[in-house]
Design a binder for this molecule. Structure first.
Ligand SMILES: [Zn+2]
Length: 326
């Protein structure tokens, strides 16, 4: 079994869903000095050296950013009842120096609220991508940061009503958007994607290299589940489309949110019934079978760069491999 403590699947706080609908809950929480706030923007959170997620007091956030009722997300509640919020930030890039072309560094996105220029962070704090630190965070930090990044990505991409095109407003402590014209409610989206360790009768694993990846990066095959399709069918279809390999038995191994911007990665072990590989040349430019010895050698020499430590792909490969890859 892929460990159920996959880096971004961990969580250390109660999501407190029942509190979301309490009228004015975020304002009440912001008046409590015990409340903690993380800042989120574009798949990154503010961190302290370590790095660990920076959990700021409401007063600290008020000094950094103007008041904005549309930018708050309720993440949950800790063991001592303390509330965790995220504050969405419109832009995390620094303001341009005098004389620099401001249109390169600063933009005003219609999908983001608040000031378009990044807040000046206190010394020692910096923006760090969730993908970069996901495997190094505590369970509590991982749960908070992953939820904040997922909600922020949804708000940023869904400013308008999908029914009538009118503006929507944030409701339920950041968990819904409501159309100002027809009153329809809209909820955060999650898009299922399958990801699979395809293994043949000789216990070799099938890995591929995608066109848009850096040279040397090899990983498991993956793809989005299509409308009207089961997970098992998606596994077999994606493997056939990308490599021509026929897959038989498919077994579930585990799942991990991958909010870049909205995926839920659903991991499988898939048994190959054929071994001839022919890549489509579009999604994948190369694919091949690796024995454990071949993969260990290729990683050692740098010929193969395995998937990142925060990814479920890494966990699926290491589960097959029988231990850490490096
Ligand atoms: Zn509408």
């Amino acid at each position: 079994m892929v460990p159920d403590d996959l880096p971004l699947s961990r969580a250390g706080v109660d999501r407190a869903a029942l509190l979301r609908t309490e009228e004015g809950f975020v304002r009440t929480a912001l008046a409590d000095p015990a409340t903690r706030v993380l800042l989120v923007c574009d798949a990154a959170v503010v961190t302290t050296p370590g790095p660990t997620v920076a959990l700021l007091a409401p007063a600290d956030v008020a000094r950094l950013l103007p008041a904005d009722d549309e930018s708050w997300l309720l993440l949950g509640r800790g063991d001592d009842g303390e509330v965790y919020l995220a504050r969405r930030v419109a832009d995390r890039r620094p303001a341009p120096a005098v004389g620099e072309a401001s249109d390169v560094l600063v933009h005003t996105s219609p999908t983001r609220t608040g000031p378009a220029v990044a807040p000046a962070l206190p010394d020692g704090l910096t923006w760090t991508g969730l993908r970069d630190i996901g495997a190094d965070m505590s369970a509590q930090e991982a749960g908070l940061a992953t939820t904040a990044v997922a909600l922020d990505a949804w708000h940023a991409r869904h400013p308008r009503c999908p029914r009538c095109g009118a503006e929507t407003r944030v409701a339920q402590s950041g968990w819904t958007r409501v159309c100002v014209v027809d009153g329809s409610e809209h909820y955060p989206r999650t898009d299922p994607a399958v990801i699979m360790a395809v293994v043949d009768a000789d216990d070799r694993i099938l890995l591929g290299h995608a066109a848009h990846w850096p040279a040397g990066r090899w990983s498991t095959l993956a793809g989005f589940v299509e409308a009207g399709e089961s997970l098992e069918h998606a596994v077999r279809r994606e493997v056939a489309e990308e490599t021509g390999v026929v897959v038989g038995d498919v077994s579930y191994r585990g799942s991990q949110p991958w909010p870049f911007p909205a995926s839920l990665m659903i991991g499988f072990r898939a048994r190959a019934e054929s071994t001839d590989v022919s890549v489509d040349g579009v999604e994948l430019t190369e694919a091949r079978w690796f024995s454990r010895g071949e993969l260990a050698d290729a990683v050692r020499t740098g010929e193969v760069i395995p998937p990142g430590r925060a990814s479920i792909a890494r966990a699926l490969v290491e589960e097959w491999f029988g231990g850490p890859l490096s």
